[in-house]
Each structure stands twice: as structure tokens, then as C-alpha cells.
Design a protein around this ligand. Structure first.
Ligand code: PMP
Length: 410
């Protein structure tokens, strides 16, 4: 019988050894989860055990050890597929969301794009979902159209609809959740509209997987990418989901071992399925760690995660309501637990430095979203981003430290 699902941030914290370390001599308050998440003991143990007991190169080995590594690698792919509600034959391992988006741009988009075709992006995209598209636009003669962000941080749906209705529109690449504004885009609705115009949709899920339990079939996207390290797994492993029916038309992104069928100097044929996109020795320990992270998450009551993170956001706002000059960037009603802010007259880097001295880890800068910064009119902002292991106490410490910092700086 499976264990009942649980959710208690104070209990969850105990599974994350790093959360008991100090930062500048103060208890660590880790509020930089949008940059990377911390790892539960279960993930750390799985990676350690892999290297202690099961390490071997995958594919082709006939000995038991190689089979064990292969089985672990395969099991992880299956766990990820189950978690996302898709087939394991649709899951490609990558280094992360960035590599995934580059792969889709090169393997799927570049071969089909013609001069004048349109690639639709939005103003809230991370550089990882902008630059690969600029590269393929340059190589194919396709054009980029950018959907504006409105004052509250939502997308201008009217303009998006106009772009989608253009017969030249071919691809829409957008984030599920913004790493700056916290906006949760209504992707199911947008995808249905895009598909009604024959536009394929690539969803950047880097910021949605850690907060929401997703069913990709129901969402309907053609591609979905995320990075393991934001989902409590190691760095250097990520995933592309590609709809099965789109895989045969995609060209390999990299050539090398493991992605071939036959190689000769007169010509090479490629492996079928997802293997065609996994050239070279894969990050097996990373995949095993990601599988372990998903196993960990299977015991967490996910709808409560969302409620908890939203409640942390609400408390943050309440505690900071009397802070003069504070502006929160991104105020859509259903936003994720990302609090991006500026304080008039104070440089965000100075704030982050003073917060750090009190043990509070936040992030400042352009958050790899320079076009969005240009839009909102700030070169840099500060950001506190929450995870399920953050507590009301963390938020209280953050708010108190921030107020002290502003007092010192103004
Ligand atoms: N997209 C979004 C929305 C992100 O927040 C990030 C990471 N900050 C990325 C893509 C890129 O992820 P990675 O650096 O792990 O490849």
C-alpha cells in the first residue's frame, strides 16, 4: 500500500541537509529557488549509490554492472514520463532547459522554417527561449514576433491572437511560468488557439515543474523542456518532451556515438526514436538523480505546494505593505511564488548584499530576461523565489532584513 501524501514544510525541510547550514554565520534562508533548487537526501543518496554500486557506461555493455546502469537509466526515463503523463519514447535527456530549447530550434524548427515564416515569442521569455530562435531565424529567413506583456505581467492576448492568425505563423515558444513576474500563462487555452491555426507550441517549463503537477497530454503542447536542477535533482540533466508523431521529422542535433544505426564513410544512418537525439555518453548519474527526485515528489501533496507557496507570497506582501518605495513586478492574481521587486532609490545589488549578511539568499540582476527588464524600465530587480521547504519564518526573516537594509541604504 502506498504511503499517504504529505505536506508539511517543516517536515520537508528535514529532508534537505543544506538547509541547516549557515550563510555568513546566520541560519540560511534560501529564497533563490527560481535559480536552482536544493536537493533532498534521497537524491544525494541515489547519486552516491549510483557511483558506489552501479557506475558503468550505458548501451552496449553485456556485463551485469552495465545492465544495472542501463536499467537505472531506463527506469528514470520511465519515471519522468509517468510524472508528466506521457510516453517514455517521448522523453529525450539533455543537459537542461537551455540545451532542450536549442535542440528543438535546430532539430525541429530549422528544417521546416521558410523565409517569411513567423516565430512567436513573448516579452517575458528567458534568454534561453530567445537566442536559439534568433539563431534559427537568421539561418532560415524566418521572422520573430514578440507578444507584449501588460502592466500586471500577463500576456497581451489580443496581440497574441493576431499573431497566431497570421498564415505565416509557424511556431510559438513561450514560458509556462515567468521566472521574473511569476505569471502562470494560461497555456492550455493558448495552445488550443495556436493549434487551431496550425502553429506548433514549445513550452518552456523550467519554472512550472517545481510548483505544479503537470499532465502534458492535457496541456497539449508539442514540446516541453525543463532542467533537473530546478526540480530538486542534480545540475547537468534536463528533459525535452517531444510528441511522438513529431520525432521522425526531426533531424539530429549532434552527431556521434549512440545516435547512429550504421556508420560508414559512404554514409551514416541514424538510430530511431529519442536515441537519435542523445549523442555520446549521457549523464547517467544525473538521470538517476532526477528519477530519485521524482520518486521523492511522488510522496508530496502537490496541490498543497501551490497553495503553500502562494500563501508565502501573500505573507510577504502583507509584511512589506508599509515599506515605502516598494514595487512588486508581476501582480497577476494566480502568480507563482516569485516576488520580484525594486525599492525606489536603492540599488538591488546593495539590497542583496545586506540581505546576504543576514543569511538571506536572494537574486538580483536581469534574471536572463534583458528584454523584459527593458520593458519594465529597470536594468535590474531583486527577486525572492519560494519553494515548498520555505516557511513563514523564512518570509518573516526576509521581510525584517529587507526593511533594515532599506533603512540603512536610504
Ligand atoms: N527558462 C526559464 C524560464 C528559466 O528560468 C531558466 C533558468 N533560469 C531557463 C529557461 C534556463 O535553464 P537552464 O539554465 O537550467 O538551462
Amino acid at each position: 500500500m502506498s504511503k499517504p501524501l504529505t505536506f508539511d514544510p517543516y517536515e520537508i525541510r528535514k529532508d534537505f541537509p543544506i538547509l541547516s547550514r549557515k550563510n555568513r554565520g546566520k541560519p540560511l534562508v534560501y529564497l533563490d529557488n527560481a535559480a536552482t533548487s536544493q536537493k533532498p537526501q534521497m537524491v544525494i543518496d541515489a547519486v552516491k549509490e549510483y557511483y558506489e554500486c552501479n557506475n558503468s557506461n550505458v548501451h552496449r555493455g553485456v556485463y551485469e554492472l552495465a545492465e544495472d546502469a542501463e536499467n537505472l537509466y531506463r527506469d528514470s526515463r520511465q519515471k519522468i514520463a509517468n510524472w508528466l503523463g506521457v510516453g517514455s519514447e517521448e522523453i529525450i535527456f539533455t543537459r537542461g532547459a537551455t540545451e532542450g530549447l536549442n535542440m528543438i530550434a535546430r532539430s525541429f524548427a530549422e528544417p521546416i522554417l521558410k523565409p517569411g515564416n513567423q516565430i512567436i515569442l513573448t516579452e517575458m521569455e528567458h534568454h534561453a527561449n530567445i537566442v536559439p530562435w534568433q539563431m534559427v531565424a537568421q539561418s532560415t529567413g524566418a521572422e520573430i514576433r514578440v507578444v507584449p506583456v501588460l502592466d500586471d505581467g500577463s500576456l497581451d492576448r489580443e496581440i497574441l491572437s493576431q499573431f497566431l492568425a497570421n498564415p505565416q505563423s509557424t511556431i510559438l515558444a513561450l514560458c509556462h511560468v515567468s521566472n521574473v513576474l511569476g505569471t502562470v500563462n494560461p497555456v492550455k487555452e493558448i495552445i488550443e488557439e495556436a493549434h487551431s491555426h496550425g502553429v506548433k507550441v514549445i513550452l518552456d517549463g523550467a519554472q512550472s515543474v517545481p510548483h505544479l503537477k503537470l499532465d502534458l497530454r492535457n496541456i497539449g503542447c508539442d514540446f516541453f523542456v525543463f532542467s533537473g536542477h530546478k526540480l530538486f535533482a542534480p545540475m547537468g540533466i534536463g528533459v525535452v518532451f517531444a510528441k511522438k508523431e513529431l520525432l521522425p521529422d526531426m533531424v539530429p542535433y549532434q552527431g556521434g556515438g549512440d545516435m547512429i544505426d550504421q556508420v560508414s564513410f559512404s554514409g551514416t544512418t541514424y538510430a530511431s526514436g529519442v536515441q537519435r537525439f542523445e549523442a555520446g555518453t549521457p549523464n547517467v548519474s544525473g538521470a538517476v538523480g532526477l528519477g530519485a527526485a521524482i520518486k521523492y515528489l511522488e510522496n508530496i501533496d502537490f496541490p498543497k505546494v501551490d497553495t503553500h507557496e502562494k500563501s508565502l507570497l501573500k505573507t510577504t506582501r502583507e509584511l512589506l505593505s508599509d515599506l515605502r518605495g516598494l514595487t512588486e513586478h508581476g501582480t497577476t492574481p494566480n502568480k507563482a511564488g516569485v516576488f520580484c521587486f525594486t525599492v525606489a532609490g536603492v540599488h538591488p545589488h546593495d539590497l542583496a548584499t545586506l540581505l546576504d549578511a543576514e543569511g538571506v539568499a536572494t537574486r538580483t540582476g536581469h534574471h536572463c530576461c534583458q528584454p523584459l527588464m527593458q520593458k519594465i524600465g529597470y536594468p535590474a530587480t531583486a527577486r525572492a523565489s519560494f519553494s515548498f521547504y520555505n516557511t513563514e519564518q523564512d518570509v518573516q526573516t526576509f521581510a525584517d532584513s529587507l526593511k533594515r537594509a532599506v533603512k540603512l541604504l536610504l
